[in-house]
Write a protein that binds this ligand. Structure first.
Ligand SMILES: Cc1cc2nc3c(=O)[nH]c(=O)nc-3n(C[C@H](O)[C@H](O)[C@H](O)COP(=O)(O)OP(=O)(O)OC[C@H]3O[C@@H](n4cnc5c(N)ncnc54)[C@H](O)[C@@H]3O)c2cc1C
Length: 459
């Protein structure tokens, strides 16, 4: 059965860019474009920016340095530096951790990130529309004319010159008819999701002294056998310190969750909240420092690691990763390893995860490039993606799906859209040497020596 929805809706016009989704990928795209003088609207389904980092309570940025020097600069570094100056990173974090140290995660206070992203958007002149969802798109022959949004006021059509899909799930790209790949479909397995939470009342000194007394997977096996944990999930990411006595819990996995199916998502939220309480009990029972601990919040967005990835003008692959390939048109470099969580609770799957991680770690001082083409849906003139739904193969996605990479893509596409409007050229034809130069002027770390006026594409 189907129902034909036919109604006239008001049209708003006059924007240079509409960004759909306000996670790290979207917020950075909007701030960058507005700083360059574009009139930008950001449309976000929740009531804050930051996406997974705030509504999702994933409160740690992945490593931003390669053991010798920073690899992530620009707007992302500015955000982290400001949080540090405001004393809103984990109390043990120093600037060396994001400017130099090897494989060091940067925990942060999610409320501080919400405030900072609001401030940066307002200051740059970005118009924010919270509690608003993009529900349709008007696109033809690779050109997007407008998006349809819905909120408490009703439904509206927003016309603009350029569009950024930063929904994580490639919602806008799909609505525009762009090609994409979907985890769980065909031969691809879905990486498990995790609902994360915040814990207060932790005595960190006690915990730090004892947490590695027993290997983590042995603790999990014991807790499972004691009936404290309902699944024997050996991969425990853990708790990250974000304040004096608070921590962010990245504990447990929801296997086979399909984030582009709302029934699966809803079941996952129920399972995730239950799991978090099991892990509270786990920490209380087997670790010191948790006598007074309690869960004070759980994510309002499910912690989805992968769903849809667009088919872009370039697809970043594991071969590129292992070659540490540098691209003339890269918009960022990164040094995160291939991080693909176990697909189930078996020992074999856990071993496969550990082997992939260990086998793919870069040496200190090494990095690989993130080329511009992974942000351009194939054949589209004025649509870009930023963040998790980028064009990469499943292995490579395990490395570049994280927040600093999303923010570098955001700065890249915000700049690319500006150059596209200024030059009157489509996304695929902008001068990528100019793109790199402008990104460098704005603090991006782009070590490639050769530049090229044309983008790197798959044939
Ligand atoms: C459990 C877990 C742990 C992780 N750990 C880390 C870590 O330690 N370090 C790290 O750097 N990264 C980590 N990641 C990865 C990282 O959090 C995400 O991949 C990254 O934040 C993706 O950013 P994004 O901007 O692409 O998407 P998101 O952060 O998902 O933002 C997408 C935004 O779009 C909005 N949206 C979606 N659809 C619509 C629509 N139709 N209309 C309007 N708005 C819409 C959503 O509300 C959301 O705010 C982790 C992820 C998970 C799930």
């Amino acid at each position: 059965m189907s129902y034909l929805l036919k109604k006239e809706i008001p049209v708003e016009d006059g924007y240079d860019m509409v960004v759909c989704g306000g996670g790290m990928g979207g917020a950075t795209a909007a701030i960058t474009a507005a700083r360059l003088g574009l009139k930008v609207l950001i449309v976000e389904h929740t009531g804050c920016l930051g996406g997974m980092g705030t509504s999702g309570l994933v409160c740690a940025f992945d490593p931003m340095a390669d053991g010798e020097k920073p690899v992530v600069g620009g707007l992302m570094q500015e955000i982290v530096k400001t949080l540090y100056e405001r004393k809103k990173l984990g109390p043990e974090i120093t600037p060396e951790d994001y400017l130099k140290n090897y494989l060091t995660w940067i925990p942060f206070d999610p409320e501080a990130l919400k405030i900072l992203l609001d401030e940066l958007c307002v200051k740059a002149g970005v118009e924010i529309r919270y509690f608003t969802r993009v529900i349709d798109a008007d696109a033809q022959d690779g050109k997007v004319k407008g998006v349809v949004i819905n909120n408490v006021e009703g439904t509206k059509y927003i016309a603009a010159k350029t569009f950024v899909d930063a929904t994580g799930d490639a919602v806008l790209s799909k609505l525009c008819g762009a090609k994409y790949r979907e985890a769980g479909a065909d031969t691809e397995e879905i990486m498990p999701a995790t609902l994360t939470g915040l814990m207060a009342g932790i005595d960190w000194e006690q915990f730090n002294k004892t947490q590695y007394a027993t290997p983590c997977h042995e603790q999990i096996e014991r807790a499972y056998n004691d009936g404290v944990l309902s699944q024997c999930d050996r991969h425990l990411v853990g708790i990250f310190r974000i304040g004096e006595n608070t921590g962010y819990m990245n504990t447990g996995h929801i296997f086979n969750l399909n984030s582009v199916n709302t029934r699966s998502l809803s079941d996952g939220m129920i399972q995730g909240r239950r799991q978090l309480n099991e892990y509270l009990e786990f920490y209380k029972r087997y670790h010191k420092g948790f006598d007074k601990a309690q869960i004070v919040a759980t994510g309002t967005l499910m912690g989805v690691r992968e769903s849809r990835r667009i088919v872009g003008e370039y697809e970043l692959t594991a071969d590129d990763y292992f070659a540490r390939r540098q691209f003339p048109d890269q918009i960022g470099v990164f040094s995160k390893y291939i991080d693909i969580h176990p697909k189930d609770t078996s020992k074999e799957s856990y071993k496969e995860f550990c082997d992939t991680m260990e086998g793919s770690k870069l040496k200190k001082g090494e990095c690989y490039g993130i080329p511009y083409g992974i942000t351009v849906p194939k054949g589209f003139e004025n649509l870009w993606v930023s963040g998790r739904c980028n064009s990469s193969d499943i292995s490579m996605h395990g490395a570049v799906r994280v927040m600093p990479a999303a923010a570098m893509m955001g700065q890249g596409v915000g700049t690319a859209a500006y150059l596209s409007i200024k030059s009157g050229k489509p996304a695929t034809k902008i001068n990528t040497a100019k793109l790199v130069e402008l990104l460098r002027e704005n603090g991006a770390i782009l070590p490639q020596q050769q530049l090229s006026e044309t983008m790197t594409k798959n044939s």
